[in-house]
Structures are given as C-alpha cells and as structure tokens.
Write a protein that binds this ligand. Structure first.
Ligand code: ADP
Length: 289
C-alpha cells in the first residue's frame, strides 16, 4: 500500500495542490467581497443615521419657522394695536412736560410716564425683532468699529465706573462677513447682559471681548467671546437661556438672547453660553469670515 501511494503521489499531489490553490483563491475572493460588502453596509448605515439626523433638524427648523411666522403675524397686529394708544400717551405726556416745566414733583411723574411708554415701546420692538423674518445683508464688517459703536451706546451703563470693559485686539482686529446692524445688536445685547452680571461683583466688575479667526472644514470663521466675572450661569438657567421670555431679572423681558440667537442663526452662525473656567459667564459667537 505504501508503495502504490508513492507511485501515484506526484500527479495526485499536483492536482490536489491546484484544487486547493483554486479553492483558496475562491475563499480569498469570497472573503474580500464579504469584507467589502460589510464595509459598504456599515457606510450605508452611517449615511442613514446622518440623513435621519439631518431630516430631523430640517423638520425642527421648518416647524420653528412656521411657528415664528404665525407668531410674527400676531405680533405685528398686536404691535399696531399697542403702538397707536401708546403714541397718544406719549404725545400728551410731552405736552404736560412742557406745561409743568416749573413744577418739580408733577414733572417727575410725567417723566415716569414717558419712561414707561418708552419701555413698552422697546418691548414691542423686541417682540417684533424676535418674531418677524430677518433680512441679513452680509458684507465685510470691521468688528472693532462695531465694538466701538456698541461701547458708545453702553456708556450710560458704565458711567458709575463699577464695570470695566476690555476689548482685546484679537477681537477688534477681526473682519466678519456680517450684517453690520445685526452684529451691533448681537454684541450690544451680550455686552449689556455681561455688564449687568459683572456689576454684581463687589470686588469690581470686568467684561472681556476676545476673538479669533480660524479655519474649519475649509471655511474661514470668526469667533467672538464675551466673558464676564459675574456669578456665572446656573445649570437650570443654562438650558433655557436662549428661550424667548425666559428671564431671571425683575425688569427683564427675556427677549435679548432669543433675538441674539435668531440673528446669529440668520448669519449661518452659532452661539453658545457656558461658564468660564475662573467663574463668570462666557458667550461665544461663531460667524462666517
Ligand atoms: P433679560 O436680560 O431681559 O433677562 P436675556 O434674554 O438677555 O433677557 O437674558 C435671559 C437670562 O439669561 C437673564 O435673565 C439671565 O438670567 C441670563 N443671563 C444672560 N446673560 C448672562 C450673563 N452674562 N451672566 C449670567 N446670566 C446671564
């Protein structure tokens, strides 16, 4: 038996070696194809997850847009109805102010009426700004120039010297692709809030505006940080901070940050709120450059 095997072995061995080689290449091709299919399946699954998420976000945006459109219509009607009688009150208050020029106490009362009317008018403007469609006309804007204008408008709030605003060159030297009026409103709201918060720091309030230009996914972006040394933001407040009408202030409307959020979104930008590493709040705005 042993002899017979040895005489047949070379031919048989060659045939079986060929067969094994063929089988091995079939297995290898099968393994390659399976691996490729597994990879494609994984990629497809990832695409499905990404597309689902995009769809969810788009649906949310659409829902938000139609909610805002409905709210905008209502607000425009309300603004009209409120502003008409308000205009009358303001007119009579101005006439009274003129007639009472010599009488100190009644003059103070009339001025209080005027202030109240102005405050109501501001609330109406804020509601309109939040609810109506915003036209964002982007152009290259010097952030430093806008910050100067904003600081000028904030002067009355800085007059008592309790808060100091530091504008870093890293922010002032930036150029953003933005709507200048909208950027002014964004920075104004953030600065006024920061001044409010820093004003409560008995050791002296400070507000810092810093910036940075950077590249992300091939796009150049501008980042602006408005930080303060106030008491910071509690976790319960942080989750609601951009909601319209959310306020922790006695005289607040809770519309400032909701408007800021909308204006930043109009630019295709992002705004976030956080607590700084050394305390205080930090608001970060990212805009296209
Ligand atoms: P308002 O100033 O009328 O309250 P905002 O929308 O501007 O409305 O702000 C909403 C709330 O966010 C504020 O009432 C406050 O609680 C919180 N907030 C805003 N900015 C700061 C800040 N820099 N530090 C701490 N809390 C802040």
């Amino acid at each position: 038996m042993a002899d017979m095997n040895t005489t047949e072995t070379p031919a048989l061995n060659k045939a079986s070696a060929d067969a094994i080689e063929q089988l091995a290449s079939v297995f290898s091709a099968y393994n390659d194809t399976t691996e490729r299919m597994r990879y494609s399946y994984q990629r497809l699954q990832e695409d499905v997850v990404r597309l689902r998420e995009e769809l969810r976000e788009k649906n949310e945006q659409l829902e938000r847009k139609s909610r805002l459109a409905a709210l905008g219509e209502m607000a425009a009607g309300m603004a009209h109805e409120i502003r008409n009688p308000l205009g009358g009150v303001q007119l009579y208050a101005s006439l009274l102010e003129r007639d009472l020029a010599e009488q100190d106490e009644p003059l103070q009362w009339v001025r209080k009426i005027s202030k109240g009317v102005q405050a109501l008018d501001r609330i109406v403007s804020d509601i309109l700004a939040f609810t109506t469609e915003q036209m964002c006309v982007k152009e290259p804007v010097q952030v430093g120039a806008v910050l100067e204008e904003v600081l000028d408008l904030c002067r009355p709030r800085l007059a008592d010297g309790t808060v100091c605003v530091h504008i870093d060159e890293s922010a002032a030297g930036l150029t953003a692709a933005a709507d200048a009026m909208m950027l002014q409103r964004i920075l104004m709201n953030l600065l006024l809030n920061a001044i409010d918060a820093a004003g409560a720091n008995e050791a002296g309030g400070h507000v810092w505006v810093r910036g940075k230009r950077y590249e992300e996914d091939g796009d150049i972006r501008v980042r602006l940080d408005v930080a303060d040394n106030g008491s910071g933001i509690e976790p319960g407040v942080l989750v609601k901070i951009f909601n319209p009408f959310f306020t922790t202030k006695d005289t607040g409307t809770g519309l400032g940050l909701a408007i800021v959020h909308r204006l930043v979104e109009c630019h295709g930008g992002v705004i976030t709120a956080a607590n700084g590493a050394d305390g205080g709040a930090v608001f970060t705005v990212i805009l296209p450059a």
